[in-house]
Design a protein around this ligand. Structure first.
Ligand code: NDP
Length: 252
């Protein structure tokens, strides 16, 4: 009985930012649990290649910039029509920014908020529109950085965007509970992906490892299995939760 509740057999899942990194690990976990997955990303070449690497056409790719509200609406409607439903949404599309606040340009602040916060909300809203009749599960990839401001980075925009995701998740969970739609967030600590490599001095990686009680960064697969659990009926009483997965970093 418990094992069956983890099954996602033939459920249709959309994973934004699923072309690589944490999103791709989520896609892999959802497929292993039985889902059919649509990757929605701007990284077309990697996304097409990732989708093609799964057998039996279980994963497909669609170009979607989550900051384009009209495109989000059209894409989710198209997926629901083509696949018959949208049962699971995972929002993993995200960008980082490490500029000192006094040097941060307005455009950069707007971009981080547009992708991480507004993009997440718009995708969640459109997915919920198609889940209303049958229920569903939405899992936002938030961040430990939505709960705490962590040295040595300077990331006011990123912190603000992920904090917004966490509170929007709680709000949406309340709004959509009656329709059987659960909304949760996972809040990873440091995970080794392109996002953590870009524009970051080696010294920061050393600091992250030293500050993490488990003494290492997380692997994308470790986030993937938590997300698949939250997407499944095994998490049927969980909604409005922000689940930290950080090797103990935030326990200090
Ligand atoms: P990656 O950069 O490896 O993957 C993010 C993906 O999202 C990329 O394919 C990226 O494409 C895509 N993307 C960016 N902007 C958009 C957009 N406007 N519309 C659609 N897709 C977009 O990062 P991670 O896998 O590390 O991060 C995934 C999520 O996890 C993010 O939300 C991140 O904030 C969060 N996170 C990551 C942590 C980490 O330590 N890695 C820790 C905590 C949270 P492109 O490369 O072209 O921008």
């Amino acid at each position: 009985m418990y094992r069956e509740r983890l099954e996602l057999t033939d459920r249709v899942a959309v994973v934004t930012g699923g072309s690589r990194g944490i999103g791709l690990a989520v896609v892999t976990a959802l497929v292993e649990f039985g889902a059919r997955v649509v990757i929605a990303d701007v990284l077309d070449e990697a996304g097409e290649a990732s989708a093609a690497s799964f057998p039996d056409g279980r994963v497909s790719y669609v170009h979607l910039d989550v900051t384009d509200a009209g495109a989000v609406e059209r894409t989710f409607a198209d997926i629901a029509q083509r696949h018959g439903s949208i049962d699971v949404l995972v929002t993993s599309a995200g960008i980082a920014n490490h500029q000192p606040s006094l040097e941060l340009e307005r455009e950069a602040w707007d971009r981080v908020l547009a992708v991480n916060a507004t993009g997440t909300f718009w995708c969640a809203r459109e997915a919920a529109r198609h889940m209303q009749d049958r229920g569903g599960s939405i899992v936002a990839i938030g961040s430990m950085s939505g709960e705490l401001a962590n040295a040595p980075q300077r990331q006011a925009a990123y912190n603000a965007s992920k904090g917004a995701v966490h509170l929007a998740v709680k709000s949406l969970a309340i709004e959509f509970a009656e329709q059987g739609i659960r909304v949760n967030a996972v809040a990873p600590g440091y995970v080794g992906t392109e996002l953590t490599k870009q524009g970051v001095p080696d010294q920061w990686w050393d600091d992250w490892v030293r500050r993490t009680p488990m003494g290492r960064l997380g692997a994308p697969e470790e986030i993937g299995s938590l997300v698949a659990f939250l997407a499944s009926d095994a998490a049927s009483y969980m909604t409005g939760s922000v689940v930290l997965i950080d090797g103990g970093y935030a326990a200090w």
